[in-house]
Design a protein around this ligand. Structure first.
Ligand SMILES: NC(=O)c1ccc[n+]([C@@H]2O[C@H](COP(=O)([O-])OP(=O)(O)OC[C@H]3O[C@@H](n4cnc5c(N)ncnc54)[C@H](OP(=O)(O)O)[C@@H]3O)[C@@H](O)[C@H]2O)c1
Length: 241
């Protein structure tokens, strides 16, 4: 029997899947949200359920409306009667140079990076209070310093970090809310970055290398166990920021 349950948004692949595996090894029941990565989510769920029956479930939702967030929450409670940890990991990320930026893109980037985490926290507030649970929001180590040509994305992640602090005050003492802000862990899937550019980017990282998804998973897990930490953002970025 797994006593604790974690809900991971965008958990089908990449950093989200690493966290799903990590929390599963820590004896959590894992509920994986996905949007388009159905196959990856189902494969991961099968793998985890092969280790222990009923230890993983998947939920599909496109977080582009308040209805989809409410749907994800009601779907969650169909497969789990309690929530201990909410990890707001799902995100969209692409450049939006100001001259081409549109209201639609601003809305999309806010939807995934800020609005969804906010309303998931609101929707799960009662459940998290009952379990004295916690939330970990996944930000970006450079968001609050500003990222050239990514103003909309960094604005949305910056708002997420501010929400982390404000909601930590508002929901204390029952619910702790923290954030992990990754540096370069996995190169973006939808953007070609050549080797020379990668080398130049890595020159700005004190530790001189990309991180590993496990570095993020272990930092997130640490925060779930750290009972006297709330309202903090930990930058896991090899010194980049
Ligand atoms: N990768 C890095 O090095 C890095 C660096 C800095 C910060 N981060 C942050 O760390 C987290 C994980 O990074 P990552 O690179 O693994 O993330 P990612 O692959 O860019 O995105 C994670 C998941 O978000 C989901 N998603 C996107 N749009 C969605 C929508 N409209 N509705 C619902 N789900 C949606 C996707 O699910 P589906 O695939 O199922 O559609 C995707 O798999 C993100 O919050 C990211 O901003 C990552």
């Amino acid at each position: 029997m797994r006593e604790k349950t974690v809900f991971i948004t965008g958990g089908a692949k990449r950093i989200g899947a690493s966290m799903a595996n990590y929390f599963h090894t820590k004896n959590y029941k894992v509920i994986i949200h996905y949007n388009q990565s159905k196959k990856e989510a189902e494969n991961l769920s099968q793998e985890l359920n092969a280790k222990e029956v009923d230890s993983c479930h998947t939920i599909q939702a496109d977080f582009s409306s308040k209805e989809s967030i409410d749907y994800a929450i009601s779907s969650f409670y169909k497969v789990s009667d309690k929530i201990d940890v909410l990890i707001n990991n799902a995100s969209s990320f692409y450049p939006t140079p100001l001259q081409d930026a549109t209201e639609d893109e601003w809305r999309k980037l806010l939807d995934t990076n800020t609005t969804t985490p906010l309303f998931l926290i609101k929707g799960f507030q009662k459940g998290l209070k009952e379990s004295e649970g916690c939330v970990v929001n996944i930000s970006d180590s450079l968001a609050t310093r500003g990222i050239k040509n990514f103003s909309l994305y960094s604005g949305a992640k910056g708002a997420l970090e501010t929400l982390t602090k404000s909601l930590a005050k508002e929901l204390a003492p029952e619910i702790r809310i923290n954030a992990v802000a990754p540096g370069i862990i996995l190169w973006p899937e939808n953007e070609e970055i050549d080797d020379e550019e990668k080398t130049n980017i890595l020159k700005k990282v004190d530790l001189g290398r990309v991180g590993d998804p496990a570095d993020i998973s272990s930092a997130v897990y640490f925060l779930t166990e750290a009972n006297y930490i709330t309202g903090q953002t930990i930058r896991v970025d090899g010194g980049r920021s």
